[in-house]
Design a protein around this ligand. Structure first.
Ligand code: ATP
Ligand code: RIB
Length: 319
């Protein structure tokens, strides 16, 4: 069987996660429990899923030369992700996320980007060389939790090598709009979509309109991840609402990454965008039912079963 490659470029973090019994920030000093030290960051999370779904999964990014780098990378190595091309930024700390999870599961994150933002020219050249040398078929998943020039050069390399790119536009204020047409797909959450279009998006019709607006001169596929776990998908010939499943959220950390990672895996496997989006919704819905990001991610069979049910409930928004 032909080997498919998922390339993940973006943030690599050490996550420190706790549960809190009251909404985050409700007291000056807040009591917490259930501390977990996990591998995290958007690129780490999508790379983990690439390996979990049985593909060659290659992580690109930067960690520090501290002990936190192993917290970020070791679980990925154990899962089969290739981490040899992750660079070490001398004298820097690895990226750190401090995450509070209240009883409703809606996490609050404080992120110190640290090494994620430390790229020199040799680091960028090494990253570009990996993309240039990557066997196809491959898909590149990117986020903007690394500097914009890094994303730009990665996207240029992907374009010249016929590699489809999928962007999670976090942080939205770093996004270079001129690059959007080079992407195959973009997967903003609602607030990121609002950042991209410049106004608030309250209703499904407004979200559908915004997705179409982004798709017209931009990526072939726009998929807005909704706060309830569903999504609005637009391609050249359809706009679709895929509703969420009926799940009890425990922790939403990394659920957006589960969406983007599994969506990219499905596209890499040749699925149509509507099926890929249903896989993404299913993966995100299942991810919120457990504590932590990577430890809560579901496997292929669970995702496929739920995705089939969700697709039956999908509804067109373009009349
Ligand atoms: P992250 O960066 O942590 O991966 P995000 O910031 O991109 O996530 P959020 O808006 O915080 O996205 O929500 C995380 C994900 O959790 C959403 O994509 C959504 O699919 C899922 N989610 C949130 N609430 C629910 C819910 N009640 N039921 C199912 N899924 C939910
Ligand atoms: O998207 C969620 C991830 O990014 C977490 O693993 C955490 O590192 C956050 O910053």
């Amino acid at each position: 069987m032909q080997r498919l490659t998922l390339l993940s470029l973006g943030s690599i973090n050490a996550d420190f996660q706790v549960r809190v019994d009251e909404p985050a920030g409700s007291r000056e000093t807040q009591l917490a429990h259930d501390l977990c030290r996990l591998s995290g960051g958007k690129a780490s999370n999508t790379a983990y899923l690439g390996a979990r779904f049985g593909h060659r999964s290659l992580l690109l990014g930067r960690v520090g030369d501290d002990e936190l780098a192993e917290q970020a990378l070791d679980p990925l190595r154990q899962a089969g992700v290739e981490v040899d091309n992750v660079g070490r930024a001398a004298g820097q700390s690895t990226g750190v996320s401090m995450i509070m999870v209240p009883p409703d599961g809606k996490k609050n994150i404080v992120l110190a980007t640290n090494a994620n933002d430390c790229w020199d020219d040799p680091a960028i050249e090494a990253m570009v060389a990996v993309i240039d040398g990557c066997a196809t078929p491959a898909c590149l998943v990117l986020d903007y939790e690394v500097p914009a020039p890094v994303v730009r050069q990665a996207l240029e390399a992907a374009t010249r090598n016929g590699i489809q790119a999928v962007l999670d536009p976090s942080f939205p204020d770093r996004v270079e709009q001129a690059l959007l047409p080079r992407l195959y797909a973009i997967t903003p959450n609602v607030s990121e979509a609002e950042g991209l279009v410049g106004h608030s998006l309250g209703t499904l019709d407004q979200l559908a309109h915004a997705a179409r607006q982004q798709q017209r001169d931009g990526p072939a596929v726009v998929c807005i991840k909704l706060g309830d776990g569903g999504c609005v998908l637009t391609t050249a010939d359809q706009t679709l609402h895929i509703p969420p499943g009926d799940v009890e959220p425990v922790d939403t950390t990394g659920a957006g990454d589960a969406f983007t990672g599994v969506f990219a895996v499905a596209l890499l496997e040749g699925l149509e965008p509507r099926e890929a989006a249903a896989w993404g919704v299913a993966a995100a819905n299942l991810a919120v039912t457990g504590y932590g990001s990577q430890p809560a991610y579901a496997d292929r069979q669970q995702v496929i079963e739920l995705a089939q049910k969700l697709l039956e409930k999908a509804r067109r928004l373009d009349g």
